[in-house]
Design a protein around this ligand. Sequence first.
Ligand code: NDP
Length: 246
Amino acid sequence: MELKGKVALVTGGARGIGQFISEELARQGAHVVLGGTNAERAGAVAESIVKNGGQATAVKLDVSRASEVQEVFDRIAKEMKPLDILVNNAGITKDGLLVRMKEEDWDQVLAVNLKGAFLCGQQAVKQMMRQKQGAIVNISSVVGATGNFGQANYTASKAGLIGLTKTMAREAAPRNITVNAVAPGFIDTDMTRGMDDKIKEELLQKIPLGYFGTPMDVAHCVVFLASGRARYITGQVIHINGGMLM
Ligand code: NDP
């Protein structure tokens, strides 16, 4: 229970990787605030965490809307305590080849994946600065480092998150706040389940460990980075990809 007494916000915390991160943070004792655009689903996950002896609160949070972000952070400070841990996990894809990509698909992906992390990160750092401690983990992606066919918008957002992580880490370090990114490879969730079997087979050939990751593989690393055991790690990108990128 190394996170007992800590308040953690996980964006997109009620589904896929985010749900596993929320559950693991709660298992380690944190009071988890789960954000999601689907408030009903977030409510159900929070309820199940509480039933299992943890502390959780569900909030409706579209990270691309500055007013919703502000409301959620105000509520956390008022009803709980200033935030200790932020996990910027919310992410979407709207794939298409560059030459055919619609402007709105570019804008939407950047708004959720990158602007959302900026908006939440800005609010989190303000609260963490006052208590002179905190940990922020941004969920990037292996394709943010390599690029990927059909994902100009997504790869730009995930590469952008790496730059944002390093700048935030530099600016927040004097207040004892760490900021890191994790970059998962291929993880079995709704986001990847719809992929063509042939593409999955080709991807598998590129993974030295020979299998796809699970959301728990990511959750363990995020919880470590959020804990005191990682207090001297900041501005880093931890790759979780079975050796896909070395
Ligand atoms: P899922 O599609 O399973 O889940 C996406 C999550 O993002 C949901 O919880 C969803 O919440 C949330 N979300 C979407 N739009 C918004 C929004 N506007 N505001 C707030 N939350 C939003 O994806 P994964 O679990 O696979 O992905 C989680 C993160 O990991 C993403 O950032 C993704 O890019 C990254 N990642 C995933 C990889 C993989 O292989 N799966 C690989 C590398 C990175 P709701 O349902 O409430 O809308």
